[in-house]
Design a binder for this molecule. Structure first.
Ligand code: ADP
Length: 172
């Protein structure tokens, strides 16, 4: 399995599955979510609305993941996952780890070989970048399995990139 870091925009990636840092409504938002819906086009939203009308009437729970078409993105699927909002008063690390684990489980079920992740929860949801990077790298190393052979963290900005570099440098 190769684990790589890329600086850039996750919506510009060519992979089998792009993971979206979605919100529980599945109906779009800011950050990665907004960019994915803008670039993926109306087919992504239409699929999300179908999910809301069927098995996900109340939306997607924090830590869970579900796939839709990738629409106009250069990928086959978008895997939507809902990260936890960071809280000083409560340790929600297990929910953040669950996002990576569940997304990889969905990717495996789909037969995806390559998966791109953003730094889930580290934007609007306020998770400290170093800790978010540590949880991301550790969980992906533990959870990745065939047929997923390539995981790419796509990072916006130098802070995110260097945090993930530090996390990768820690021995597995
Ligand atoms: P969350 O609500 O889970 O915090 P955000 O989308 O606000 O999700 O941010 C998650 C991380 O993704 C942040 O580090 C943010 O800087 C980064 N980010 C925002 N837009 C993009 C993009 N187009 N490609 C890659 N990373 C992005």
């Amino acid at each position: 399995m190769t684990l790589e870091l890329v600086r850039g925009d996750i919506t510009a990636q060519h992979v089998d599955a792009i993971v979206n840092a979605a919100n529980s409504s599945l109906l779009g938002g800011g950050g990665v979510d907004g960019a994915i819906h803008r670039r993926g086009g109306p087919a992504v939203l239409a699929d999300c609305r179908r999910l809301r009308a069927s098995h996900y009437g109340k939306g997607l729970a924090t830590g869970r993941a579900v796939a839709t078409t990738a629409g106009l993105l250069d990928a086959r699927w978008v895997i939507h996952t809902v990260g936890p909002v960071w809280a000083q008063s409560e340790d929600r690390s297990e929910l953040l780890a669950s996002c990576y684990r569940e997304s990889l489980r969905v990717a495996r079920e789909l037969g995806a070989k390559s998966v791109a992740f953003p730094a889930i929860s580290t934007g609007i949801f306020g998770w400290p970048m170093d800790d978010g990077a540590r949880i991301a790298v550790r969980t992906v190393r533990e959870a990745v399995d065939a047929p997923v052979a390539e995981v790419r963290f796509v990072l916006f900005g130098d802070d995110a990139y260097t945090a993930f570099e530090r996390a990768l440098a820690v021995a597995p």
